[in-house]
Write a protein that binds this ligand. Structure first.
Ligand code: ZN
Length: 293
């Protein structure tokens, strides 16, 4: 799982097959949901790789299509996590392809960028296609005034696992000549679909070589990418503590352990009655401390 950045032209490519397969297994997604989540995760990897650590970004898609919501978080270090609100969605194949556009129709795409400033940068655009790649291109053009070419692909195998996933993002930097842009556009026109390109090219470097045929590649950064969640039992414990005395007492009165899930990775955290008792003591202790102040 690697992402390659080509800074001179603002070009980045990623093979995300393992990452998307891990997301599929964690969330038990059906093929159409796998493709939509996989494309958004890949977009997160590509856009995240253009940030500087410790910057990070969130892509959120809200739609009236059956998937309802997709959220992806990515950082500059190649760490990405995400979920789809309705993982068990699969729509009939259309023209030999997974029908992501119908699963993600009519809605908005928002990107929140935490660039280390006081306020995060937020931009929202209406969905223009639901195919994700076109929507990302539209977002970059409208919200960031950045022309780009984005391609995202996820191909599903017969056993519903991820066969290939990945994509690329090309952003002409200021000062690039019309001639160069014309040449890249010509290359893009002659490319196969992104999924087909992923079948043919097994590395991000190989993908960029095809996309930027005729140019000399000066690759300046290669990153490992991974599905990585930031959740932990300790964070869940803090969330329970924040609920307050009454809620914890209510939970204890039911005499059942409490289960919590992480949206992003579907990890389950279980708190026994004994642990809940400890949490109640902690809430009371903190409240007591608060009073003294
Ligand atoms: Zn998690």
């Amino acid at each position: 799982m690697r992402a390659v950045t080509l800074e001179g032209l603002g070009a980045v490519a990623a093979i995300t097959t393992n990452l998307v397969e891990e997301a599929r297994r964690k969330h038990r997604t059906y093929p159409t949901a796998t493709a939509a989540l996989g494309r958004t995760l890949t977009a997160g990897v590509l856009m995240g790789s253009l940030l500087q650590p410790p910057q990070k970004l969130t892509i959120q898609i809200l739609c009236s299509g059956p998937l309802e919501e997709i959220v992806v978080e990515a950082d500059a270090g190649g760490n990405v996590r995400g979920f789809v609100r309705r993982p068990h969605i699969h729509l009939p194949i259309r023209s030999g392809k997974l029908d992501v556009a119908r699963a993600v129709k009519e809605g908005v795409l928002c990107v929140v960028k935490d660039l280390g400033l006081k306020e995060p940068y937020t931009g929202c655009v209406p969905l223009v296609s639901g195919e994700i790649a076109k929507d990302i291109t539209h977002y970059l053009a409208v919200s960031e005034q950045q022309p780009s070419a984005t391609a995202l692909g996820v191909m599903i195998d017969k056993d519903n696992s991820v066969k290939v996933a990945g994509g690329f993002l090309i952003q002409p930097v200021a000062g690039v000549s019309e001639e160069v842009i014309g040449e890249i556009e010509e290359n893009l026109k002659n490319l196969p679909s992104c999924s087909q390109l992923l079948l043919e090219e097994k590395t991000p470097e190989g993908m960029l070589q095809k996309v930027l045929k005729g140019f000399t590649l000066d690759i300046n950064q290669i990153k490992n990418i991974q599905f990585k969640c930031r959740c932990s039992k300790e964070k869940c414990r803090e969330a329970l503590i924040a609920l307050g005395i009454k809620e914890i007492e209510d939970m204890l009165s039911k005499k059942r352990e409490v289960e919590m899930w992480c949206n992003f990775c579907n990890e389950e955290y279980v708190f026994s009655l004994l642990e809940l008792g400890g949490i109640l003591t902690e809430v009371k202790r903190r409240k007591g401390l608060h009073k003294i102040h």
